[in-house]
Design a protein around this ligand. Structure first.
Ligand SMILES: NC(=O)c1ccc[n+]([C@@H]2O[C@H](COP(=O)([O-])OP(=O)(O)OC[C@H]3O[C@@H](n4cnc5c(N)ncnc54)[C@H](O)[C@@H]3O)[C@@H](O)[C@H]2O)c1
Ligand SMILES: [Zn+2]
Ligand SMILES: [Zn+2]
Length: 373
């Protein structure tokens, strides 16, 4: 079928997204075609254009935060049918590999291929200007239609608004799980969240769910500091210096139990001031993507070791998609999870470059591209 998509032809050059005609093949074995309601715009999409995440293929169709309705089912599909509402998970979970079977599907072996530039079977489903187009994260939600493997689909209830559910495909579980699973926030703790965009606001919600006493957010953008309170922040500050003073006064000089980094780009210099705020025996979580060439990280190794701190990386907030996506949808249904408030502005696909510019300027918690469903 013919439709449109937002493509990057020269990754890493900041050339921006080209919205143009694409051709999408019918679903093959274990694949479905999904008509999307919306796609969130995550900072990871921008890393492809800036080159912080250099992808060795082009063209690329971006977008990895989508939800919609299955409208065609390929051969060998079980468990899904036409009309099902699905969230597209930015990492697949095959349910078969070792990590999937022990409940750690964010480490699914198939996930290792999401930046391969192909569908999981090594071929292309999308074509433009006569060439195969590589999807970001096996998805490519910067198009009203996607053909994806069922390993990337998670069913949700038909009462959940799909344009909000789209965000549960990446930013929401990544942030929420950064607090709940990666940092293992506990009742009564003091937690610092560094950077409160689409991911960080969900880390705030996760810390609140786990009963943190103090939730301190750091963000240089006043709008983000105002909004963080809505999601559960107890204190909002502009920078590390202010946070360090506040943490010291709130914890009698002991430090924060957990510090979680969810800034847009994880430069090396951001780690040590975060570590310094962590109490003895506490945990520093790094969720943000760093430029892949980043190697220099000034770090007080002596204090880190001698005070028994933990540095924890996290992919997808250490969540298990088939458990946590429906769980978050259910919390939303019960009024215990804020999804509506995450969407600052909606756009047409043709406005993708404006939407990315707004994200870079810190104007949105999440910008969302809406499709006609
Ligand atoms: N680990 C994963 O699985 C995973 C998944 C999704 C996204 N990510 C990464 O998470 C990061 C955040 O993504 P996002 O979509 O929330 O980005 P975003 O642009 O929506 O939010 C980033 C926020 O960080 C703030 N910020 C920038 N510099 C700061 C600083 N020095 N101190 C405090 N705040 C600062 C910005 O003002 C903004 O509010 C990105 O690096 C993204 O690639 C990782
Ligand atoms: Zn993402
Ligand atoms: Zn697996």
């Amino acid at each position: 079928m013919k439709t449109i998509g937002a493509l990057i032809w020269e990754p890493g050059t900041r050339s921006g997204w080209s919205v143009e005609e694409i051709e999408i093949d019918p679903p093959k074995s274990r694949e479905v075609r999904v008509k999307l309601a919306a796609s969130g715009i995550c900072h990871s999409d921008d890393h492809v254009d800036t080159g912080d995440i250099p992808l060795p293929w082009a063209p690329i169709i971006g977008g990895h935060e989508g939800a919609g309705i299955i409208e065609e089912v390929g051969p060998d599909v079980t468990g899904f049918e036409v009309g099902d509402h699905v969230v597209l998970s930015f990492l697949p979970s095959c349910g078969q590999c070792q990590m999937c079977t022990i409940g750690r599907s964010n480490m699914c072996e198939r996930g290792a291929g999401v930046l391969s530039g192909f569908a999981p079977d090594g071929t292309h489903r999308v074509h433009a200007r006569g060439q195969g187009v590589g999807p970001f994260s096996y998805l490519g939600t910067f198009s009203p239609y996607v053909v994806v493997n069922i390993d990337s689909c998670v069913k949700i209830g038909k009462d959940i608004p799909l344009d909000k559910a789209a965000l549960i495909g990446c930013g929401v579980p990544t942030g929420w799980g950064s607090s709940v699973y990666a940092a293992e926030v506990n009742l009564g703790e003091t937690v610092v969240i560094v950077g409160t965009g689409g991911v960080g606001m969900n880390a705030v919600q996760g810390a609140r769910h786990k009963g943190a006493k103090d939730i301190i957010t750091i963000d240089p953008v006043p709008f983000k500091r105002d909004q963080a309170k809505l999601f559960g922040a107890t204190h909002t500050v502009e920078n590390y210096e202010q946070a360090a003073d506040l943490v010291a006064s709130l914890t009698n000089g002991q430090g924060a139990d957990k510090v979680i980094i969810t800034v847009d780009i994880a430069y090396g210099h951001l780690l040590n001031p975060a570590q310094e705020m962590v109490r003895r025996g506490g945990t520093l979580v790094l969720t943000s993507a760093a430029p892949v060439t980043q190697r220099d990280v000034p770090f007080d190794l002596f204090t880190f070791a001698m005070s028994g701190k933990r540095l924890q990386g996290t992919l997808y907030g250490t969540t298990t998609a088939r458990r946590d996506i429906p769980l978050i949808a259910d919390m939303y249904r019960r009024g215990e999870y804020k999804l509506d408030e995450l969407v600052t502005k909606t756009y047409e696909l043709e406005q993708i470059n404006e939407a990315i510019a707004d994200m870079r300027e810190g104007k949105n918690i999440r910008g969302v591209i809406m499709y006609d469903l």
